[in-house]
Write a protein that binds this ligand. Structure first.
Ligand code: ZN
Length: 275
């Protein structure tokens, strides 16, 4: 996709689809000393396929496995790298977020975790509070922890050499964004990030590469509409169940997989209720 930058495109499938184990975009950046993997996919099998794909790209070892957040589609492939010698990298809230999801993962993703006997995260990873640089040999990745936005543990990865920003699910394209953190925080991140000059971004879902900041325009429009509608409903004194019924009946236009829309609305409503 760019010099030393590779991306695998995830499929646009719903969370209950049999192909859900391969639904997120996954990145690889190769330096002179070693390579970094950005997200590992939604199943142990996807993680193994990714590891094999990296081995076909470069004889260099994988020195970092970076998780952009704790959602299943980005990290159930971690186990495939447990014995690779790579260091695991994530937001400082990542271990807590994964621990909180363990039960959900084992209940709902048994097939995806089949053959996976390792914990999803090692005890001694690089847990980023603010920002850190990872050296791949002649090439640095700038890893930045983001305050609560799409989720509680979002992380971006900038490959300065090519001006490529891996946004994880801070940017959704094509399929509807899923709000699991803070709508206010997500819009604040978009404000700050949109001022950045980048050659391209790699969204968590959507094309392997997209121009910036144009790539975020549909997501911003959706999140702003969500904010507007939630605030209007609160102002009008609407009940949450009526707001949800309305969201169910009127899915947003222009997006694939709009199933999460009512849940997003409920999240937004509860976030702004106390303003
Ligand atoms: Zn995702």
């Amino acid at each position: 996709m760019a010099d030393g930058v590779f991306v695998h495109q995830g499929k646009h499938v719903a969370v209950d689809d049999p192909a859900r184990g391969d639904s997120a975009n996954l990145g690889v950046v190769v330096g002179q000393r070693c390579a970094a993997v950005i997200d590992t996919g939604g199943s142990a099998a996807t993680g193994r396929a990714l590891r094999a794909a990296v081995a076909a790209l470069t004889p260099l070892p994988v020195c970092y496995v970076i998780n952009t957040h704790a959602h299943f589609d980005h990290l159930l492939g971690n186990a495939a790298f447990a014995d690779s010698g790579a260091r695991f990298v994530g937001h400082q809230e990542l271990p807590a977020a994964v621990a909180a999801s363990e039960e959900y993962f084992s209940e709902h993703f048994a097939a995806e975790r089949a053959g996976d006997t390792h914990p999803l995260l090692p005890a001694d990873g690089v847990w980023v509070a603010n920002a850190t640089r990872l050296d791949l040999g002649g090439r640095e990745l700038l890893v930045s922890a983001v305050p609560k936005a799409h989720s509680s543990a979002d992380l971006t990865v900038l490959d300065a050499a090519t001006g490529t920003l891996f946004t994880g699910d801070l940017v959704f394209m094509a399929r509807l964004p899923v709000l699991d953190g803070s709508l206010r925080g997500w819009l604040a991140w978009l404000d700050a990030a949109q001022a950045q000059t980048l050659a391209r971004i790699v969204p968590g879902h959507g094309p392997v590469s997209a121009p910036w900041p144009a790539a975020a325009a549909p997501e911003r429009a959706y999140l702003e509409a969500l904010q507007r509608e939630a605030r209007a409903a609160i102002k009008a004194g609407d009940f949450l169940e009526d707001v949800l019924a309305r969201a169910e009946a009127t899915p947003p236009a222009g997006w694939m997989l709009t199933g999460p829309h009512p849940r997003n609305m409920s999240k937004a409503f509860r976030e702004f209720e106390w303003d």
